[in-house]
Design a protein around this ligand. Structure first.
Ligand code: DGL
Length: 291
């Protein structure tokens, strides 16, 4: 399914994909510490949101996204979408010729390191239903109290551009975070690409005893560590190129890039979902019932 890597060395791009623009929060964190890296980014905006779909469907989309980026022979593939990582992280890892970093393991490691207490997770419905965060935490420390809460309205709210002082945002957050406030966890993982944009409001509601862990920042840190340890860090200290692909309107994507990614894209191309589908082997369309 994936083409073999052809380009050589540390000048190859880091490939990143997400269900839409949200994964640009991971790109923002990446470029903050590694501004010289070239990034090729795919946002599957035509099929966003992944977070309310079945794990089987998300897995199929995620495999298609990863296969598309394999064309660029990246030095590293980053699954920036928490829902895609929850549904397909292992499946992608098993077929990708490039090493894979996803947002879940780094977020969990950062949360475990930050507190000896309970850990809350805020994520999409599909991510919560997959149990991926809960399993990853308990695999390391089975004694931890873990509570995962789905917050489905937060993605459209953030995409609509509502800011953290908006009463609607606070109303919705109060409703979703109620159980987590009562739990008073030592750490709360923001297990969705969009939630770091609401970090100030979430932090205010959770109180100072709860450390907020951005899975985007934790993943960016893991990328840096991986590139440095494998000698693949681009020697340039600035001037990395951000090349984006979207399955929907490139103009709309370009508008949102700055807000989510903290900088403009150098170029935004359109790629159709039909093209992504043809790259994916039909064997992935397995016969399980959608969950
Ligand atoms: N990117 C998704 C995530 O991090 C959020 C948006 C969606 O539901 O597709 O889970």
């Amino acid at each position: 399914m994936f083409p073999a890597m052809t380009a050589e060395g540390n000048h190859r791009a880091v490939a990143v994909f997400d269900s839409g623009v949200g994964g640009l929060t991971v790109v923002r964190s990446l470029l903050r510490t590694m501004p010289g890296e070239d990034i090729v980014y795919l946002g599957d905006s035509a099929r966003v949101p992944y977070g309310i779909k079945s794990l089987q469907t998300v897995r199929r989309f995620a495999m298609e996204d990863a296969a598309f980026l394999g064309r660029f022979a990246p030095k590293l593939l980053v699954v920036a979408c928490n829902t895609a990582a929850a549904a397909a992280g292992e499946a992608i890892r098993s077929v990708s010729p490039a090493p894979v970093v996803d947002v879940i393991a780094p977020g969990v490691a950062a949360a475990l390191a930050s507190t000896a207490g309970g850990i809350g997770v805020a994520a999409t419905q599909a991510t919560v239903r997959s149990g991926a965060y809960q399993r990853a935490i308990l695999a390391v420390d089975p004694t931890r109290e873990v509570r995962a809460v789905a917050c489905p309205l937060l993605v459209p709210i953030v995409e609509e551009g509502r800011d953290e002082d908006d009463p609607i945002v606070n109303h919705v957050l109060c409703d979703y975070l109620h159980d987590l406030q009562r739990m008073r966890p030592g750490a709360l993982i923001l297990g969705c690409t969009h939630y770091p944009l609401l970090a100030r409001a979430i932090g205010k509601l959770m109180g100072p005893q709860t450390v907020l862990i951005s899975s985007a920042e934790a993943a960016a840190e893991e990328v840096r560590r991986h590139l440095e340890e494998s000698g693949l860090r681009n020697p340039r200290s600035a001037g990395g190129r951000l090349e984006c692909y979207t399955t929907d309107n490139p103009e709309r994507f370009a508008e949102l890039t700055e807000r989510f990614g903290g900088r403009a894209a150098d170029v935004v191309h359109y790629v159709g979902t039909d093209e992504l589908e043809t790259l994916s082997s039909s064997s992935d369309r397995n016969h399980e019932n959608p969950r």
